[in-house]
Write a protein that binds this ligand. Sequence first.
Ligand code: FEO
Length: 407
Amino acid sequence: MYCTRKITDAVTWVGGCDRRLSLFENLFPVPSGVAYNSYLILDEKTALLDTVDSSISRQFLENVLHTLDSRPLDYLVINHMEPDHCANISELLLRFPGLKIVGNAKTLTFIRQFYDMDLEGRTITIKEKDTLPLGRHTLHFYLTPMVHWPEVMMTYEESENILFSADAFGCFGALNGNIFIDELDYTQDWLAEARRYYGNIVGKYGPQVQAALKKLSALEIAVVCPLHGPIWRSDIDLLLDIYARWSSYEPEEHTVALFYGSMYGDSENAVNILAAGLADAGIRKIAVYDISCTHISFLIAEVFRCSHLVLTAPTYNSGIYPAMLNFLHDMKALNLQNRTVALIENGSWAPASGRQMRTLLEEMKQMKILEPVVTIKSSLKEDSLDSLLQLKESLAASLRDGHSFQA
Ligand code: FEO
């Protein structure tokens, strides 16, 4: 049975949700599931904006057929040619002989790379700012490459000021009947997962997101329809502000998160003492993570949130404890920059993780490393405690300063 919701009289949400999926992209845990949004416009012509993942094809097709109410589908606009949105192209081509696929040159290249289907005479190739009239509605196309794939574009409907934004402004989490932002408590229930989605999936492409925001800035936008997560028909300034912050690698909050690897609890002990000392110094909202027990996607979300990071790692095989090494590599791959970082190393006979963490951080942009780097030999003793307390003072002073590092 169909399950749809109206966005406006002419535009219907025909997507669906998967609450069974364990790992999105076979990488990211999605404990609250994920939504695959698709939108159908009914006018003199009918147009579908993207399809959905294969896991919900049955629900999706029922939604589309019900909403069409026996009308043919004239256009399928593909804003993003990644399979979580494209599993139903061939099915739609078979069901609707007059259907035309609308995409840019790269979109059509990717369709042919992923699938074997006869597209002869079935495609419309668009370029930047091309338009597609549907009747009262007109679609305008804006190429937004590398947000987060090269073929990505956004579609703007001018009569109702609706932006179909592809993966931009998306979020992990299934939609629970309430598909609109004004029906949810976004800050309490959705912001953390939106940040985790952005940081891990789009985070590397900050400059390209900034270019897209600049391109869209001239448009009057009443509704933002992303491919994942809730639909924005209010508070759009908030959405644009938070994307501007994330994409410029500005910390979302002036606060500290402590990340540690600890084999036998001694490095963890040092982190707990540091966190307690910071609390005594008046620092609030301190976050602490055991990086061996926390999926890296949650750690990445936290580095996008926090201005100050404390990285604590044992020395392992003369290098950095593997979980921390992986975390640092991911930070670098995602272009993370502009943070203040404190370092604690542990090593029973040849501590080296501090120096090696510093080297990796120095390869990133605008990373300020606080002094001293604390060295623990096996477990915290009086001399290393002194060093830890000095680091606490440096951190507390920097946090009180209220400004993140700017080169
Ligand atoms: Fe939701 Fe980039 O696919």
